[in-house]
Ligand binder design. Structure first.
Ligand code: ZN
Length: 278
């Protein structure tokens, strides 16, 4: 099943995407609100609300699939090949940091370069895992059952701010800069091993397989759940493969007029124009 949050004139609504048709899941303004209902999967499967055309792939009707999660936990250094090619040892524990919901934008919304941090804006294509039931102190098997589904997120990063200090938060959560969506795909329709790609203009800059993760989605959920309760709708961004702009020689960053495309095979694509704030 594929779920999305779509914008319309009075706000947003949660829908099930049945190919060319979007079916309203009545009573739920977005996928986050839907996931907080204990019977969300059955409700979404049975939904028979208003039917309308699925928005075009490049439409700005796609809102962030979960517009305001109670947490977005991000993971650094989690693709095996990328870590090894950087000459580092595989980590024993995941590197965690946070992003606030204000950072999220829809699948085709513009990325407006922030006026105070416009010069070193970089891409990080990531597989996002969305929580479907409360998880606290769970093992990996229970963690697997807590997954609502998978989506695509670009952890757009302001490298100048990120490296001002040892902590990364300030470079990772600029408002309105991280596209998330277009849909959530339930686990029965998605398997690790799907390709993950990032394309800037016409150049493929990241191309990897999602089965190269050091810490699997279930391992990450279990680990985070030992620290704090994961709530329905919470998001874990599972880390990015090699090919970020900051590591290139010469380094390359997003500039006004560029297009950032981020895709995970079997889920969908984010396609965001990059614009200047002026
Ligand atoms: Zn990242």
């Amino acid at each position: 099943m594929r779920l999305a949050t779509l914008r319309h004139q009075d706000g947003t609504r949660a829908v099930r995407i049945d190919g060319a048709a979007a079916v309203e899941i009545a009573g739920f303004a977005d996928v986050g609100q839907l996931l907080r209902h204990p019977s969300w999967a059955a409700l979404a499967t049975a939904a028979d609300g208003a039917r309308f055309d699925t928005p075009a792939a490049d439409s700005t009707d796609w809102a962030p699939v979960v517009p305001s999660p109670s947490k977005i936990v991000c993971v650094g250094l989690n693709y095996r090949t990328h870590i090894l090619e950087m000459g580092r040892e595989l980590p024993e524990h995941p590197t965690l940091f946070a992003k606030y919901p204000e950072a999220l934008i829809g699948a085709n919304d513009p990325i407006v370069l922030p006026p105070h941090a416009a010069d070193m804006v970089d891409w990080e294509a990531e597989l996002a895992v969305v929580i479907g039931s409360t998880a606290r102190n769970v093992d990996e098997q229970a963690a697997e059952e807590a997954i609502a589904g998978f989506s695509v997120l670009n952890d757009v990063t302001m490298r100048d701010y990120q490296y001002r200090t040892l902590q990364w938060l300030q470079g990772k959560t600029f408002e309105g800069t991280s596209p998330f969506g277009p849909v959530l795909v339930t686990p029965d329709e998605f398997e690790l091993g799907a390709a993950i790609r990032c394309v800037v203009d016409d150049e493929t800059v990241q191309d990897a397989s999602t089965d190269d993760l050091v810490f699997s989605p279930a391992a990450l959920i279990s680990y985070v759940s030992h620290i704090v309760t994961l709530n329905p709708g919470d998001v874990i961004a599972t880390g990015t493969p090699g090919g970020v702009g900051h590591a290139r020689k010469p380094a390359r960053y997003l500039v006004p007029g560029a297009t950032l495309a981020t895709a995970v095979e079997g889920i969908g694509e984010l396609r965001n124009p990059v614009t200047s704030a002026h």
